[in-house]
Design a protein around this ligand. Structure first.
Ligand SMILES: Nc1ncnc2c1ncn2[C@@H]1O[C@H](COP(=O)(O)OP(=O)(O)OP(=O)(O)O)[C@@H](O)[C@H]1O
Ligand SMILES: [Mg+2]
Length: 238
Protein backbone atom coordinates (compact mmCIF):
# COMPACT_ATOMS: atom_id res chain seq x y z
CA UNK A 1 0.00 0.00 0.00
CA UNK A 2 1.20 3.49 -0.85
CA UNK A 3 1.93 5.60 2.22
CA UNK A 4 0.38 9.07 1.95
CA UNK A 5 0.35 12.43 3.68
CA UNK A 6 -3.05 14.12 3.90
CA UNK A 7 -3.34 17.65 2.53
CA UNK A 8 -5.77 18.47 5.36
CA UNK A 9 -8.10 20.10 2.89
CA UNK A 10 -11.37 18.66 4.11
CA UNK A 11 -13.16 16.66 1.44
CA UNK A 12 -10.20 16.77 -0.95
CA UNK A 13 -8.08 13.99 0.56
CA UNK A 14 -10.89 11.51 -0.17
CA UNK A 15 -10.48 12.40 -3.83
CA UNK A 16 -6.75 11.56 -3.66
CA UNK A 17 -7.05 8.15 -1.97
CA UNK A 18 -5.95 9.85 1.25
CA UNK A 19 -3.31 12.33 0.13
CA UNK A 20 0.08 12.79 -1.46
CA UNK A 21 2.23 9.64 -1.86
CA UNK A 22 5.37 9.59 0.25
CA UNK A 23 8.58 10.82 -1.46
CA UNK A 24 6.80 12.42 -4.38
CA UNK A 25 7.45 15.87 -5.83
CA UNK A 26 4.23 17.79 -6.35
CA UNK A 27 3.86 21.14 -8.09
CA UNK A 28 1.35 23.50 -6.49
CA UNK A 29 0.58 25.89 -9.32
CA UNK A 30 -1.57 28.98 -9.46
CA UNK A 31 -1.84 32.62 -10.36
CA UNK A 32 -0.82 35.31 -7.84
CA UNK A 33 -2.95 35.37 -4.69
CA UNK A 34 -4.59 31.98 -5.21
CA UNK A 35 -3.45 30.91 -1.71
CA UNK A 36 -0.56 28.72 -2.83
CA UNK A 37 1.57 29.53 0.22
CA UNK A 38 -1.42 29.10 2.56
CA UNK A 39 -2.31 25.67 1.14
CA UNK A 40 1.36 24.61 1.33
CA UNK A 41 1.77 25.83 4.91
CA UNK A 42 -1.56 24.24 5.86
CA UNK A 43 -0.10 20.91 4.68
CA UNK A 44 2.91 21.19 7.01
CA UNK A 45 0.94 22.73 9.86
CA UNK A 46 -1.79 20.09 10.15
CA UNK A 47 0.58 17.17 9.59
CA UNK A 48 2.60 18.55 12.51
CA UNK A 49 -0.36 19.34 14.79
CA UNK A 50 -1.73 15.84 14.19
CA UNK A 51 1.68 14.29 14.87
CA UNK A 52 1.91 12.73 11.42
CA UNK A 53 5.02 14.40 10.05
CA UNK A 54 7.69 17.05 10.55
CA UNK A 55 8.11 19.70 7.90
CA UNK A 56 10.57 22.22 6.51
CA UNK A 57 9.29 25.34 4.73
CA UNK A 58 11.80 27.16 2.55
CA UNK A 59 10.44 30.58 1.72
CA UNK A 60 12.44 32.33 -0.97
CA UNK A 61 9.79 35.01 -1.66
CA UNK A 62 8.59 36.06 1.77
CA UNK A 63 10.47 36.48 5.03
CA UNK A 64 9.82 34.04 7.88
CA UNK A 65 8.08 36.86 9.76
CA UNK A 66 5.80 37.82 6.93
CA UNK A 67 4.86 34.19 6.33
CA UNK A 68 4.16 33.36 9.97
CA UNK A 69 2.18 36.60 10.35
CA UNK A 70 -0.02 35.69 7.38
CA UNK A 71 -0.51 32.18 8.75
CA UNK A 72 -1.55 33.46 12.16
CA UNK A 73 -4.26 35.56 10.47
CA UNK A 74 -5.41 32.22 9.11
CA UNK A 75 -5.52 30.63 12.58
CA UNK A 76 -2.30 28.66 12.12
CA UNK A 77 -0.17 29.46 15.16
CA UNK A 78 3.52 28.86 14.68
CA UNK A 79 3.99 28.45 18.47
CA UNK A 80 1.98 25.24 18.41
CA UNK A 81 4.30 23.52 15.96
CA UNK A 82 7.67 25.11 16.77
CA UNK A 83 9.43 21.80 17.34
CA UNK A 84 7.92 20.15 14.27
CA UNK A 85 8.02 22.78 11.54
CA UNK A 86 10.95 24.95 10.61
CA UNK A 87 10.74 27.99 8.35
CA UNK A 88 13.92 28.96 6.53
CA UNK A 89 14.11 32.19 4.54
CA UNK A 90 16.64 33.86 2.24
CA UNK A 91 18.43 35.60 5.13
CA UNK A 92 19.47 32.24 6.57
CA UNK A 93 20.43 30.82 3.19
CA UNK A 94 22.56 33.89 2.40
CA UNK A 95 24.52 33.31 5.60
CA UNK A 96 25.32 29.77 4.48
CA UNK A 97 26.36 31.11 1.05
CA UNK A 98 29.00 33.30 2.64
CA UNK A 99 30.64 30.31 4.33
CA UNK A 100 30.67 28.29 1.11
CA UNK A 101 31.90 30.73 -1.50
CA UNK A 102 33.39 28.16 -3.89
CA UNK A 103 30.09 26.40 -4.47
CA UNK A 104 27.24 27.17 -6.80
CA UNK A 105 23.95 28.42 -5.39
CA UNK A 106 22.30 25.06 -6.07
CA UNK A 107 25.08 23.11 -4.38
CA UNK A 108 24.79 25.25 -1.25
CA UNK A 109 21.00 24.99 -1.34
CA UNK A 110 21.14 21.20 -1.54
CA UNK A 111 23.78 20.92 1.18
CA UNK A 112 21.70 23.11 3.44
CA UNK A 113 18.48 21.17 2.85
CA UNK A 114 20.31 17.87 3.36
CA UNK A 115 21.88 19.00 6.63
CA UNK A 116 18.48 20.15 7.95
CA UNK A 117 16.90 16.88 6.87
CA UNK A 118 19.68 14.85 8.51
CA UNK A 119 19.54 16.72 11.79
CA UNK A 120 15.76 16.96 12.18
CA UNK A 121 14.50 14.12 10.05
CA UNK A 122 11.87 16.11 8.20
CA UNK A 123 9.26 14.16 6.27
CA UNK A 124 7.83 17.08 4.33
CA UNK A 125 9.37 19.95 2.41
CA UNK A 126 7.87 23.06 0.83
CA UNK A 127 9.92 25.16 -1.58
CA UNK A 128 8.21 28.52 -2.18
CA UNK A 129 8.73 29.18 -5.02
CA UNK A 130 10.19 27.55 -8.14
CA UNK A 131 10.36 30.80 -10.20
CA UNK A 132 12.47 32.42 -7.47
CA UNK A 133 14.65 29.30 -7.18
CA UNK A 134 15.15 29.56 -10.93
CA UNK A 135 16.31 33.19 -10.64
CA UNK A 136 18.64 32.47 -7.72
CA UNK A 137 20.13 29.27 -9.08
CA UNK A 138 20.50 30.79 -12.57
CA UNK A 139 19.67 27.51 -14.28
CA UNK A 140 21.65 27.22 -17.51
CA UNK A 141 20.03 24.02 -18.57
CA UNK A 142 16.70 24.20 -16.74
CA UNK A 143 15.16 20.90 -17.90
CA UNK A 144 18.20 18.90 -16.96
CA UNK A 145 18.80 20.72 -13.69
CA UNK A 146 15.17 20.33 -12.65
CA UNK A 147 15.24 16.65 -13.58
CA UNK A 148 18.26 16.18 -11.28
CA UNK A 149 16.72 18.30 -8.52
CA UNK A 150 13.51 16.23 -8.54
CA UNK A 151 15.51 12.97 -8.49
CA UNK A 152 17.64 14.31 -5.67
CA UNK A 153 14.54 15.24 -3.63
CA UNK A 154 13.01 11.77 -4.11
CA UNK A 155 16.27 10.10 -3.06
CA UNK A 156 16.46 12.33 0.00
CA UNK A 157 13.32 10.59 1.24
CA UNK A 158 11.25 13.73 1.58
CA UNK A 159 7.79 14.56 0.23
CA UNK A 160 7.97 17.88 -1.56
CA UNK A 161 5.50 20.59 -2.49
CA UNK A 162 7.06 22.90 -5.02
CA UNK A 163 5.08 26.13 -5.27
CA UNK A 164 4.99 27.50 -8.78
CA UNK A 165 3.39 30.37 -10.59
CA UNK A 166 1.18 30.47 -13.58
CA UNK A 167 0.63 33.36 -15.86
CA UNK A 168 -3.11 34.18 -15.99
CA UNK A 169 -2.99 34.09 -19.82
CA UNK A 170 -1.15 30.82 -20.03
CA UNK A 171 -2.65 27.37 -20.40
CA UNK A 172 0.58 25.66 -19.42
CA UNK A 173 1.37 24.54 -15.88
CA UNK A 174 5.08 24.88 -16.41
CA UNK A 175 7.90 26.83 -17.98
CA UNK A 176 10.46 24.08 -18.49
CA UNK A 177 8.36 20.88 -18.70
CA UNK A 178 8.51 20.49 -14.93
CA UNK A 179 4.89 19.34 -15.18
CA UNK A 180 6.13 16.19 -16.96
CA UNK A 181 8.92 15.70 -14.44
CA UNK A 182 6.79 16.15 -11.32
CA UNK A 183 4.87 13.28 -9.73
CA UNK A 184 1.83 15.44 -9.21
CA UNK A 185 0.23 18.78 -10.04
CA UNK A 186 -2.29 20.61 -7.90
CA UNK A 187 -3.77 23.66 -9.58
CA UNK A 188 -5.35 26.65 -7.82
CA UNK A 189 -7.35 29.31 -9.59
CA UNK A 190 -9.76 32.17 -8.96
CA UNK A 191 -12.74 32.56 -11.22
CA UNK A 192 -14.90 35.65 -11.57
CA UNK A 193 -18.60 35.15 -11.19
CA UNK A 194 -20.78 37.65 -12.99
CA UNK A 195 -18.03 40.26 -12.83
CA UNK A 196 -18.58 40.77 -9.08
CA UNK A 197 -17.56 37.92 -6.81
CA UNK A 198 -14.72 35.49 -7.14
CA UNK A 199 -14.65 31.79 -6.36
CA UNK A 200 -11.51 29.82 -5.53
CA UNK A 201 -11.01 26.41 -7.12
CA UNK A 202 -8.62 23.51 -6.73
CA UNK A 203 -7.96 20.64 -9.08
CA UNK A 204 -5.64 17.64 -9.04
CA UNK A 205 -4.28 17.62 -12.58
CA UNK A 206 -2.10 14.56 -12.02
CA UNK A 207 -0.86 12.44 -9.14
CA UNK A 208 1.19 9.32 -9.83
CA UNK A 209 0.23 6.09 -8.02
CA UNK A 210 -3.19 7.55 -7.30
CA UNK A 211 -6.64 6.90 -8.63
CA UNK A 212 -7.97 10.45 -8.42
CA UNK A 213 -10.45 12.46 -10.35
CA UNK A 214 -9.44 15.63 -12.16
CA UNK A 215 -12.50 17.77 -11.44
CA UNK A 216 -12.39 21.29 -10.12
CA UNK A 217 -13.69 21.78 -6.58
CA UNK A 218 -14.61 24.98 -4.82
CA UNK A 219 -11.95 25.75 -2.22
CA UNK A 220 -12.98 27.54 0.94
CA UNK A 221 -11.24 28.66 4.06
CA UNK A 222 -13.57 28.62 7.00
CA UNK A 223 -13.05 28.45 10.77
CA UNK A 224 -9.32 27.85 10.40
CA UNK A 225 -9.76 25.04 7.89
CA UNK A 226 -9.55 24.56 4.17
CA UNK A 227 -12.31 22.51 2.67
CA UNK A 228 -13.69 21.69 -0.75
CA UNK A 229 -17.21 21.32 -1.99
CA UNK A 230 -18.60 20.49 -5.39
CA UNK A 231 -18.28 23.49 -7.65
CA UNK A 232 -20.94 26.04 -6.81
CA UNK A 233 -20.64 27.94 -10.03
CA UNK A 234 -20.93 26.66 -13.53
CA UNK A 235 -17.87 28.73 -14.40
CA UNK A 236 -16.21 27.59 -17.60
CA UNK A 237 -13.20 25.34 -17.16
CA UNK A 238 -10.05 26.65 -18.75
N1 LIG B 1 -8.68 34.42 6.41
C1 LIG B 1 -7.79 34.97 5.60
N2 LIG B 1 -6.75 35.65 6.10
C2 LIG B 1 -5.83 36.19 5.31
N3 LIG B 1 -5.83 36.08 3.97
C3 LIG B 1 -6.85 35.44 3.41
C4 LIG B 1 -7.86 34.84 4.18
N4 LIG B 1 -8.71 34.26 3.34
C5 LIG B 1 -8.27 34.47 2.11
N5 LIG B 1 -7.13 35.19 2.13
C6 LIG B 1 -6.39 35.52 0.92
O1 LIG B 1 -5.14 34.89 0.89
C7 LIG B 1 -4.34 35.58 -0.04
C8 LIG B 1 -2.89 35.33 0.19
O2 LIG B 1 -2.66 33.96 0.27
P1 LIG B 1 -1.24 33.37 -0.12
O3 LIG B 1 -0.16 34.28 0.30
O4 LIG B 1 -1.25 31.99 0.40
O5 LIG B 1 -1.39 33.36 -1.70
P2 LIG B 1 -0.25 33.06 -2.76
O6 LIG B 1 -0.92 32.38 -3.90
O7 LIG B 1 0.87 32.35 -2.10
O8 LIG B 1 0.15 34.53 -3.14
P3 LIG B 1 1.48 35.04 -3.92
O9 LIG B 1 1.15 34.91 -5.35
O10 LIG B 1 1.61 36.44 -3.45
O11 LIG B 1 2.61 34.16 -3.49
C9 LIG B 1 -4.68 37.03 0.22
O12 LIG B 1 -4.49 37.74 -0.98
C10 LIG B 1 -6.13 36.97 0.64
O13 LIG B 1 -6.94 37.30 -0.46
MG1 LIG C 1 2.90 32.82 -1.96
Amino acid sequence: MVERFATYIEGFDDKLQGGIPRDSVVLLVGEPGTMKSSVAFNFLYHNAVNDKAKGLYITLEQSTNSLSQHMSTMDMEFDKIMDKVEIVDMGLIRKKMKDLKDHTWMQVFKMYVKSLKDSNNYDLLVIDSLPVLDVLAKFENPREELFHLFEWLRDLGITTILVSEMNPDSRSYSKYDEDFLADGILYLRMTELGGVSVERHIRCVKLRSTNHNTNFYTLMFDNGKFKVTKMISDAKER
